[in-house]
Design a protein around this ligand. Structure first.
Ligand SMILES: Cc1cc2nc3c(=O)[nH]c(=O)nc-3n(C[C@H](O)[C@H](O)[C@H](O)COP(=O)(O)OP(=O)(O)OC[C@H]3O[C@@H](n4cnc5c(N)ncnc54)[C@H](O)[C@@H]3O)c2cc1C
Length: 325
């Protein structure tokens, strides 16, 4: 099995920042594995501005923010980038297996950084009852469809959840001519940034229903309507407050789950509630020589904070490698 000094899994902002920081701290050999065909991670589909205000003191789009790091990574001959490389196995002894087109590769690393990001919570996870028609999408998937694949998922949409992804998708759909009929939020306030509530909903006249939930999705082949009901402070339905909204699309934006299956496979301890590594400090895991950063470590609101903390992960890995040498 080929030996490498540092292997990083995930080429989003976290993995790239960790790679650059590890190199600056003296690591001589970095292999960066990314399952997608491009570096940049989730930023590639975030074409709205709002990135880099802290790190670059500029307002960039997601792809522009990512590109600044992609260039630096590409310029460094000691960082080998392997795209379309899906890591499917990690052991506690830091042996990795990854699938590349036409090949299964194996590598042993002296240190590993997991920068695998998050996946979206789904309709099933919040148990919205009803039939199972087409037209129900996780909001981030819809964002990828619209911004990368060039598809519009529907004509009349209701959005469940008012975090930043839900808010940004409300505006994105409206800009594409979709009639966004409502954003339905079970909490009393939005978890999203105030600027996003104003710029993504108020500026577009999109109604936001706080303390309401989608209680049923109706439709045979395609979504036809949703039932909505007001809830009390204990999230119990208030009788007589129900109403229906006709729509053909429901976007579900109800949170993210850190991707830590590889760490679990390697014997790392995982907090079952948050799916994050159990460790004494950010970027550490319970397995020596395996570090985690970015959204795999905890769900961040800002890419700038991902960059900052992931640089620390790169330095921690370098320190570990220095001490182990
Ligand atoms: C819709 C949306 C809007 C946002 N808006 C803003 C904003 O306006 N401003 C802001 O600052 N932040 C924003 N953010 C947050 C920010 O984009 C994220 O916090 C940041 O991108 C997380 O970086 P990451 O590298 O940890 O994860 P990701 O960007 O998700 O990267 C993880 C990478 O790991 C790869 N990967 C996963 N598993 C494997 C595997 N087994 N093998 C190989 N590769 C693997 C994935 O393909 C992916 O490329 C937004 C996020 C979203 C989703």
């Amino acid at each position: 099995m080929k030996e490498r000094e540092l292997v990083i899994v995930g080429g989003g902002p976290a993995g790239m920042a960790a790679a650059l920081a590890a190199r600056a701290a003296g690591v001589r050999d970095v292999l960066l594995l990314e399952r997608d065909q491009h570096l940049g991670g989730i930023l590639n589909q975030c074409i709205h501005p709002g990135f880099g205000l802290h790190h670059f003191k500029e307002e960039l789009t997601g792809p522009e923010y990512a590109d600044r790091f992609v260039r630096l990574v590409r310029e460094d001959p000691a960082i080998e980038v392997s795209l379309r490389s899906f890591v499917v196995k990690l052991t506690g002894a830091r042996e990795l297996s990854f699938l590349r087109p036409g090949a299964l590769e194996e590598v042993k690393a002296r240190a590993v950084i997991l920068a695998t990001g998050c996946r979206e919570r789904t309709r099933e996870m919040i148990a919205i009852p009803g039939s199972r028609p087409a037209g129900v999408f996780p909001a981030g998937l819809a964002q990828k469809m619209v911004n990368i694949e060039g598809w519009i998922p529907g004509r009349e949409a209701v959005i469940v959840g008012s975090g930043d992804i839900g808010l940004i998708m409300a505006r994105r759909m409206a800009l594409e001519g979709v009639r966004v009929k409502a954003v339905v939020e079970i909490q009393k306030t939005s978890r999203g940034l105030v600027r996003n509530v104003v710029q993504c909903l108020e500026d577009f006249g999109i109604p936001l229903y706080f303390q309401h939930r989608v209680s049923m999705i109706h439709g045979r082949d395609r979504v036809e309507k949703v039932a909505v009901v007001k809830v009390d402070d204990d999230f119990k339905d208030l009788p007589g407050t129900g109403f229906e909204i006709a729509c053909d699309t429901v976007l579900v934006s109800v949170g993210l789950i850190p991707e830590n299956e590889l760490l679990e496979m390697a014997g790392g301890e995982i907090n079952r509630r948050t799916n994050t590594p159990v460790a004494p400090a950010v970027n550490l895991t319970s397995v020596p020589g395996i570090f985690a950063c970015g959204n795999a470590c905890k769900v961040y609101d800002l890419a700038d904070s991902v960059t900052k903390d992931s640089e620390l992960a790169g330095r921690l890995a370098a320190e570990y490698l220095g001490a182990a040498a």
